[in-house]
Design a protein around this ligand. Structure first.
Ligand code: NAD
Ligand code: LMR
Length: 314
């Protein structure tokens, strides 16, 4: 057996945590032959609930799970972790935008940045507003290389894939190279110019520009809010699934005919921007039309505004 990988998850007793950690322990993230030690962080008030989560982990008797570390001090719980999936943050409720969470959630990423201020850890930020929380973390972890931090955009990519698949009457696996640029917010920009359906350009299959620029965009951008409206709670199983895919995107080669999305650090702008990636590099040469170009400017402006709103934490 290989040596175990230590994976930290914050907010481990929350909704996403409850969908995520059992899948990590089952080998869905790092593979079915990779032993895992879980480091689970929660706030003190949720430690009793976390105890229950830990008992259930025990009762799954996962062959790959070699240990569980729990606690509420990020300095202690993150010690030795090679990966940190930062989910712990307040979710939005009905009628809120993700940026309404800035004031409450940004502070969390100051402390967690300090606790992850080292070179040998890779960090995925899931807690919202994910891009700007990643920026706060990056500024508070100067020794942590910026390329070791990503914010989650994979859920947006998946949402775009399934809408295109349904419209074209094909399966999700037939849709490839769907990029989503910018912020994980209603200003995000799903790219219908460079995506493919069964190897053909989307616009050659779905010959309905009004739908692509209208209903498609709106559905993907507003999907999180629609789920909150329907469940009374924000997405959790699909978010956990996207977190698992984001790590796999990070560690596995990208299939030749595909790309993946994550928020990565843009040094020029000093923000985390959703980008199209392939084998860990930005995909160069993707051309977008003037409609999408305008939208990219809007999402960038929003990220800059979010950055100014957290200036005190940078
Ligand atoms: P939740 O309220 O069910 O769980 C959050 C957990 O985090 C709670 O158990 C809470 O005690 C814990 N927590 C809060 N502050 C913490 C801290 N400082 N340290 C450690 N743990 C802490 O919420 P959820 O549904 O699991 O969502 C978590 C976050 O993920 C929210 O901000 C939500 O908006 C976000 N989210 C992001 C995406 C994305 O695509 N980026 C998708 C879905 C949800
Ligand atoms: C999502 O996109 O489902 C999450 O970011 C939760 C939310 O607030 O929409």
């Amino acid at each position: 057996m290989r040596a175990p990988i230590r994976v930290a998850v914050s907010g481990a007793a929350g909704q996403i945590g409850y969908s995520l950690i059992y899948r990590i322990a089952a080998g869905d993230m790092f593979g079915k032959d990779q032993p895992i030690i879980l480091h689970l962080l929660e706030i003190p008030q949720a430690l009793t609930s976390l105890k229950g989560v830990e008992m259930e982990l025990d009762d799954c008797a996962f062959p790959l799970l070699e240990g569980i570390v729990t606690g509420s001090d990020p300095m202690k719980v993150f010690e030795g972790a090679e990966w940190a999936i930062l989910v712990g943050a307040k979710p939005r409720g009905k009628g809120m935008e993700r940026k309404d969470l800035l004031a409450d959630n940004a502070k969390i990423f100051v402390d967690q940045g300090k606790a992850l201020n080292r070179k040998d850890v890779k960090v995925l930020v899931v807690g919202n507003p994910a891009n700007t929380n990643a920026l706060v973390l990056a500024h508070n972890a100067k020794d942590l290389p910026k390329e070791n931090i990503r914010s989650m955009m994979r859920l947006d990519q998946n949402r775009a894939i399934i809408q295109l698949a349904k419209k074209a009457g094909v399966l999700a696996r037939d849709v490839k190279s769907v990029a989503v640029y910018g912020n994980h917010s209603p200003t995000m920009v799903p790219d219908y110019n460079n995506a493919t359906i069964q190897g053909r350009k989307v616009e050659d299959v779905i010959k309905d520009k009004t739908w692509l620029q209208g209903e498609f965009m709106t559905t993907v951008k507003k999907r999180g809010a629609q789920i909150i409206e329907a469940r009374g709670l924000s997405s959790s199983a699909s978010a956990a699934n996207a977190a698992i895919q984001t790590i796999q995107d990070w560690i596995l080669p990208t299939p030749k005919d595909d790309l993946f999305c994550a928020g990565i650090y843009n040094a020029e702008r000093d923000l985390f921007f959703g980008a199209a990636l392939k084998d860990q590099k930005i995909v160069l040469g993707l051309k977008i039309d003037s409609f999408l170009e305008e939208q990219v400017k809007i999402t960038e402006k929003e990220l800059l505004e979010e950055r100014e709103a957290v200036r005190q934490y940078l």
